[in-house]
Design a protein around this ligand. Sequence first.
Ligand code: GUN
Length: 708
Amino acid sequence: MRSEPDPCRPQDWGKFELITRDGAARIGKFHTFHGAITTPMLLPVINPNLRTIEPREMWENYGVEALITNSYVIWKNEKLSVSAKQDGIHKLLDFPGAIVTDSGTFQSYVYGDVEVSPKEIVEFQREIGVDVGTMLDVFGRPDMSREEAENSVNETHRRVSQSLSEAGDSILLNGPIQGGVYEDLRAKSAELMSRVDESGATFAIHPIGGIVPLMENQRYQELFSIILAAKSQIPPNKPIHMFGCGHPMLFPLSVALGVDFFDSAAYALFARDDRILTPEGTVKVQGLKEWPISSKALFGRTPSEVLSLPKDERSKVLARHNLEVTQSELSKCREAIRNGSIWRLAEVRSHASPRLREAFEWVIDQLEQLEETGVGSSLLDIMASTNPIRKGGEPLSDDIEFRPHILHLMALISLRWRLPGSWWDGSSGPAEQVLILDNSPPPWREVSLGTIVNHLLECPRTVVLISTPLGPVPYSFEDVSPFCHVDGSDNIWNDNTDLNNPSEDILYLGLENLDVVISKSSEPLQSSSSEIDKVRAWLDRCSVVDKLSVFCATHPFKLCEITKSMNSRRSNTDRMVNVSFGGVHALSPRLNDGGISLTAEGARMLYSLNDGPPEIFGEKNPDEERDFPGIPRVMIRDDAIPFVGKGRNVMHGYVTGADSHVTPGQPCVVVSEKGELVAHGASTSTSSEMAFFTKGIAVKVRQGFLKE
Ligand code: GUN
């Protein structure tokens, strides 16, 4: 039997903590009076008058940590209302986990009005002891004119301070975002609803309201535009809930865009209508010879056996199946966040329905355009918050180049990669040509090094690029995943470069005016000589300079200086492992993903090129306008220094400033407010997350600089 939840510490109630992330998709912990809830998750809707699956069964058998019910339905029913007031909502529903309640807004949309006032319904939710209540917002229908939708935003906002003060410290509150189908009104609503009120109170969660009619009519593109527009103004430490969304088909893309909570009665409603949920859509049981999907609930019974059950029993069996499928799709989303494949899952699921595909294509179109406000700014945040490097295979698909981590990586290379300052023969001066290695699969250092070296021996001032299905990339990134791990048939490495017009593909590197030589055959390195060793040492140095400038934002001129005295040790498989500058071990290229692991001395050297504290939150750092603002800095409070300086992680709440180019998963340094170096590590968060979160890890520290 599953034990009762441990209540979270009172100081943590309502806090949201980021545990793992893949871009905007995040596994979080939301802290409540009745335990911590792991997100993304679905709050199953319990109709207090008709409990298709008992809440206790959901807790015991389905791992449900929190559910949602309707406080207005309870308030209207005298028997339920008296019992809820007397014994509390947890006893009424027999559920030990967290209970969220809605307020009657949806009933007001369906029936035209409700008989309760905004103040009364929050008071009632407080009296029955819910964990998270909902204020009485005004449902903004998609068919509303702009003026009507704006009224729903303004009226909802007008009720905020009264609702927050009625909730007090006793319950957490949902602050729904309205605005119909108007992106700017959604952004306005999100901005108004996330303000801190005069008493310092805020909402704990921001549901996106008024979207049920869009989902019923499969207007998915508008749905996702609304999420993105609202998200542009919702503080990153507040979970986002999609009110009334419970179809598993919509989970992966919604999660990839940053949704944390779903709720739905779909599992029970579809069951009553003899329909089952699958991750690709809904299927009618009538007419099925076999199940198109398996579950514990359906196992061992045929569709006709289930159809012959009495109505009530049949609904329960189908509802259990639907709940299982819903839960399992969310597990899949969480696992995809852990292994960095949430966007790929969204891509796969986008093929489930033409309308969903259309919406997905619209999202990737917007990703290409990236306007600076609303939808565009949310997508820019998604890209910037995505670790550009990841280990493991990268399956090829038509949409591969629009995956946010790939867009991010290509954008960083385009922004920060520069031509070498000098060549292997000691000459400096302009590049003479570009060599593109086509028709050559990875690992290029094994398959094609002979061709590269021979070419460089003949023509030292050559820029070497490798041709990949993602476009040509500098040879320095030959071991960076995803370039070397694109997964597809052998042919995918062939003929990626257009022989007639190669300049187009190298425009992003600023190489379009150089002559291009395309090599269609490649050979491994077979001999060695002092000249060849020189070429190889130069290639290694270029790789270190290029990776540090692209991933640590350090200026390549400065890196050329410090790498003049570079030495490296090679592994048994002939890969560069330990890199020293002036005899001091500074970094190790990571063999599994091609990223860089700095040593303490390496971090110190990079910081010395750009030392001083970053700006405090809210102030603009003029350096950030530059392409190379230096290794990102995270500034912490003095009282955290004794811990972080000894190697403990930097916790949210102790960060007082950070450079805006801090990138999750990539190196950063931790400094005091006076600019003293305290530690180095890898960030888990963006700078705006550091400004808002108050719980969880901000930087995973590799080493502290305080002497023991
Ligand atoms: N349930 C579905 N949509 C809504 C909404 O817009 N507001 C509230 N409070 N509940 C909902």
